[in-house]
Design a protein around this ligand. Structure first.
Ligand code: HEC
Ligand code: HEC
Length: 240
């Protein structure tokens, strides 16, 4: 049920993006609105650290799977909850206290702190990571259909066969072509789909804001799926 609200939010954000694409200030506000949704007291640094704990000395992956997809313990990467209520604090509570067998809905217990000695700050970070993983539309997470693997491969395409770096620089911060890492858009509005379309079709000299054309696919012969990946990478670097 919870999923519907963010979808509406997203389309509102996109609508605003479409209406106010030009003034950079409006674009910045739109981005801020999508980013501000981490729970109070939670930072992206905590989310990052929490991922390392989840996959490292928290030993959470032994029961919940290497990407929280589930195993002996339930899947945590969605918004269905057995014990927690989906809020950051309820997730935090479950990790701190664990789940005794008598209260477990699956009959399997979860030891407090996963049975490890991670400290309170580490538990908070692990909770932040799980909150973020189960609320993928929040913060600077990826658009639907985009995976971290696509972003990674997209970076290789950008700097390799796509030849994008020639015009946009190896960090995508711009050379002859514009900086793609900010949220100022000449043509793309910051949307994943539009970014992909622009990469596929290019920008004619006539349509170009700067008067400089961008050839379709940057003039390369990358495949349709590499276009999606490089679009995922551009989306990612512009929403960090
Ligand atoms: C020994 C296996 C095991 C380990 C290790 C473990 N868990 Fe769990 N965890 C479970 C089980 C089983 C449940 C579900 C209990 C139930 O069925 O009600 C659970 C539930 C949870 C929940 C609540 C999920 C929900 O649907 O409400 C969270 C959050 C959670 N674990 C996080 C963690 C974190 C973070 C770690 C690492 C610090 C961790 N777990 C380590 C077995 C484990
Ligand atoms: C020959 C130089 C050149 C190459 C190669 C090139 N681009 Fe571009 N790109 C441009 C220019 C110039 C613009 C801006 C046109 C304008 O001023 O409106 C642009 C715009 C864009 C935009 C829209 C940016 C915005 O602000 O709306 C995206 C996204 C983009 N390029 C991605 C890519 C990707 C990905 C590749 C590689 C597959 C690539 N470009 C290759 C020159 C290039």
């Amino acid at each position: 049920m919870k999923r519907h609200r963010p979808l509406v939010q997203l389309s509102v954000v996109f609508l605003f993006g479409a209406l106010f694409a030009r003034p950079p200030q409006a674009a910045a506000q739109v981005t801020a609105a999508t980013r501000d949704s981490l729970p109070w007291g939670v930072t992206m640094d905590m989310v990052k650290e929490g991922e390392a704990i989840f996959k490292g000395n928290g030993l959470c992956t032994t029961c919940h799977g290497s990407n929280a997809e589930g195993g002996v313990g339930p899947r945590l990467a969605d918004n269905d909850w057995l014990q927690a209520k989906g809020s950051y604090l309820s997730i935090l509570q479950v990790i701190l206290t664990g789940v005794p067998e008598s209260q477990s809905s699956t009959g399997t217990a979860m030891p407090a702190r996963g049975g490890t000695k991670i400290d309170d700050a580490q538990v908070q970070s692990a909770a932040a990571y799980i909150w973020k993983t189960s609320h993928p539309e929040s913060g600077d997470s990826l658009p639907p259909g985009v995976t971290p693997e696509m972003v990674k491969r997209g970076e290789q395409v950008f700097n390799g066969p796509g030849a994008c770096a020639l015009c946009h620089g190896s960090e995508a911060t711009g050379l002859l072509g514009p900086d793609l890492t900010d949220d100022v858009w000449l043509d793309a509005k910051g949307e994943y789909k539009t970014i992909g379309r622009i990469i596929a079709e290019g920008i004619s000299e006539k349509a170009s804001t700067s008067g400089i054309a961008m050839p379709p696919r940057g003039g390369s012969d990358i495949s349709a799926s590499d276009i999606e990946r490089v679009a995922a990478y551009v989306w990612y670097v512009s929403h960090r």
